[in-house]
Write a protein that binds this ligand. Structure first.
Ligand code: PNS
Length: 163
């Protein structure tokens, strides 16, 4: 049984994340998507909301499980019984940070390997940060996130404006 972890903030999940989820879930037996519950950052969506959005958009992929985690990714991987961390590489600018993270994780947990997938070209420009920025200015984000996420973003933006 090959189990892998794909971790991130997913604030919110984009088509770029979904591309990596779908492609890596075809390679491994089980993919655990780990949603970081990061208390030092202030995300737009709570961890429960981010988990819910991921559950919704991955519903049709039966070997994909969504969980939240706090603390070190290597500890979460151990807890899940996973030996592979999946990461998406969009461009060369991602590389330094990703290499540093992969090496650090491997030193902390030598049996844990990081597997990189290059993001499909049509999503190589995409990030949750730009999605939030476009949505914040009332722009159309339908090319960037699934309809369910688009709706949640719309509601969140309206709530922020109306209080
Ligand atoms: O959304 P991101 O920025 O792609 O996710 C980064 C994430 C969650 C994978 C990374 O920040 C992480 O693993 N955080 C957990 C804490 C940890 O293990 N830090 C050491 C990594 S070198």
């Amino acid at each position: 049984m090959i189990r892998a972890i794909y971790a991130g903030s997913f604030d919110p999940v984009t088509y770029g994340h979904l591309d990596i989820i779908v492609r890596s879930s075809r390679i491994v037996d089980e993919l655990v998507v780990g949603v970081l519950n990061n208390r030092t950052k202030s995300p737009l969506f709570s961890v429960e909301e981010r988990v819910r959005m991921l559950e919704e958009v991955t519903r049709e992929y039966s070997n994909v499980k969504i969980r939240s985690f706090t603390g070190l990714l290597v500890e979460f991987a151990k807890e899940c019984g996973a030996h592979i961390i999946v990461r998406g590489l969009r461009a060369i600018t991602d590389f330094d940070y990703e290499l540093q993270m992969a090496q650090t994780n491997r030193i902390m947990s030598p049996k844990l390997d990081t597997m990189f997938l290059t993001t499909s070209l049509e999503y190589a420009y995409l990030s949750s940060t730009t999605v939030k920025e476009v949505a914040g200015f009332g722009g159309d984000i339908s090319a960037f996130v699934p309809p369910y996420v688009q709706q949640r973003m719309k509601e969140r933006m309206e709530k922020q404006v109306n209080g």
